[in-house]
Design a protein around this ligand. Structure first.
Ligand SMILES: Nc1nc2c(ncn2[C@@H]2O[C@H](COP(=O)(O)OP(=O)(O)OP(=O)(O)O)[C@@H](O)[C@H]2O)c(=O)[nH]1
Ligand SMILES: [Mg+2]
Length: 354
């Protein structure tokens, strides 16, 4: 779920590679991983089975410095394509800001491509999101195959709305970055249309200095992204007006660093549903993970290093252990979470490597 950390001037977006089994989703993610400066990317987490099939998901955090006055953080995921992993796909898809659909040009995958696109539509619909109004980009992958399906055939089957589409060969690293750039551009337009981030015209603050790039970095992903994002002006077509609004984050999750957005959101959802014990537990989890960015040690010493009020953290632990939370306990817990984010932002944590 995208969000803006206003204090840190940071936008976080979750992008998902979707598509049938063996279409090249994990290979595409690896290709992106290899083209990003190590200082701007986290670890590529993969959980493959013995046969190298994705079991749960792959995950790659990326920091794209300076998009206008904001830093952009991307969380890139792949889903497992195999049909029987639909529960996992739903989970990974939750809160996504955009999907890169990786279709397989192998003639034997014709049906699987269509089924996977239908499955994407269905899974998004379950989350109250319509595919027609959702940022989507298509990769026709494995174009290097000599018997690749004709591109017109694939377009007709998979792209009736003419969303941005690209011929790619992920193993050769061809076209994948173009797809990612288009994806990010769509997501930024969507965020602007939903007023999650301000459009360039309405900016009151001066535009930040552009990223300092060495000459040999001009072709790097972040440099290319910046060019494209700066070009994404509000005069470009906005999403259809009938697009249903997708839920924005609550006030506390909007302050969260990317890695803690989902658990913070879980705490907010628990609060709004009246599950105060669930909210307090989720908050303690967020605080525990949040203060851990300060380094090794126990929660007390980590809180001290951050300048967080240790009494608040102790109090939160006590209320979580009691498991009889009322609304004021949950509100207090969310307060401690927001204090944690304030202190983390102040300390410049987490660093891009974390
Ligand atoms: N010829 C060719 N092979 C490719 C291309 N992209 C991926 N492959 C191969 O296709 C196979 C599957 O690639 P993966 O990236 O693991 O596919 P996936 O979509 O992640 O598969 P699941 O995790 O099972 O859903 C591997 O052997 C890749 O080397 C491509 O562009 N051309
Ligand atoms: Mg995979």
């Amino acid at each position: 779920m995208s969000t803006v950390n206003v204090m840190a001037r940071e936008v976080a977006a979750k992008l998902v590679f979707y598509g049938p089994g063996l279409s090249g989703k994990t290979t595409s993610l690896k290709c992106i991983y290899e083209s990003i400066k190590p200082s701007l990317r986290g670890e590529l987490m993969s959980l493959p089975t013995e046969a190298d099939r994705t079991l749960f998901f792959d995950f790659l955090p990326v920091r794209v410095e300076r998009v206008g006055e904001y830093a952009l953080r991307l969380a890139l995921y792949t889903v497992p394509g195999q049909v029987f992993y639909n529960a996992t796909r739903k989970l990974v898809l939750q809160g996504a800001d955009g999907v890169i659909f990786v279709a397989d040009s192998n003639p034997g995958a014709d049906d699987a491509n269509r089924e996977s696109m239908a499955n994407l539509e269905e899974n998004l619909a379950e989350q109250g999101v319509r595919l027609e109004s959702f940022p989507l980009v298509i990769q026709y992958n494995k174009r290097d195959l000599t018997n690749a399906l004709p591109i017109e055939h694939m377009r007709a089957a998979l792209n009736p709305r003419s969303v941005p589409d690209f011929e790619t060969s992920a193993t050769a690293g061809q076209g994948v970055l173009d797809g990612m750039k288009a994806m990010i551009r769509l997501v930024i337009l969507d965020l602007r249309a939903r007023r999650v981030v301000p459009s360039p015209k309405s900016r009151k603050q001066p535009v930040a200095e552009p990223m300092a790039l060495a000459k040999d970095e001009k072709s790097s992903l972040e440099a290319q992204l910046k060019e494209h994002l700066d070009a994404a002006s509000p005069s470009l077509p906005a999403p259809p007006p009938e697009a249903p609004p997708r839920p924005l984050l609550g006030a506390v999750a909007a302050l969260a660093p990317a890695a803690l957005i989902d658990p913070t959101r879980a705490a907010e959802v628990a609060f709004s549903q009246g599950d105060y014990d669930g909210c307090v537990r989720a908050c303690l989890e967020v605080v525990t993970r949040g203060v851990a960015f300060a380094g090794d040690g126990n929660i007390g010493s980590q809180s001290y290093l951050l300048g967080l009020d240790g009494r608040d953290v102790l109090e939160l632990q006590t209320r979580a252990a009691r498991a009889d939370a009322r609304i004021d306990d949950a509100a207090f817990a969310l307060y401690v979470v927001s204090q944690t984010f304030v202190r983390l932002t102040h300390a410049g944590l987490p660093t891009p490597q974390q």
